[in-house]
Design a protein around this ligand. Structure first.
Ligand SMILES: [Zn+2]
Length: 60
């Protein structure tokens, strides 16, 4: 598990999330703990096999 600080695409608050890279690359939704909107997390691996996490709004 790796910790990431991401900025919520809805309310802009910095939230701390735990990412499990053992299942490979995936997209998933998790509700923002501040504004409760569904954040789309896109998890992938870079060339160094490090987890890269991007967040998007559901309606983007
Ligand atoms: Zn939020």
């Amino acid at each position: 598990m790796e910790e990431f600080d991401i900025s919520c695409p809805y309310c802009g608050e910095i939230i701390n999330v735990l990412v499990d890279g053992s299942d490979g690359e995936q997209d998933y939704y998790e509700d923002c703990s501040v504004c409760c909107n569904p954040i789309l997390f896109k998890m992938s691996f870079n060339e160094q096999n490090k987890i890269e996490l991007r967040v998007k709004r559901d309606d983007d």
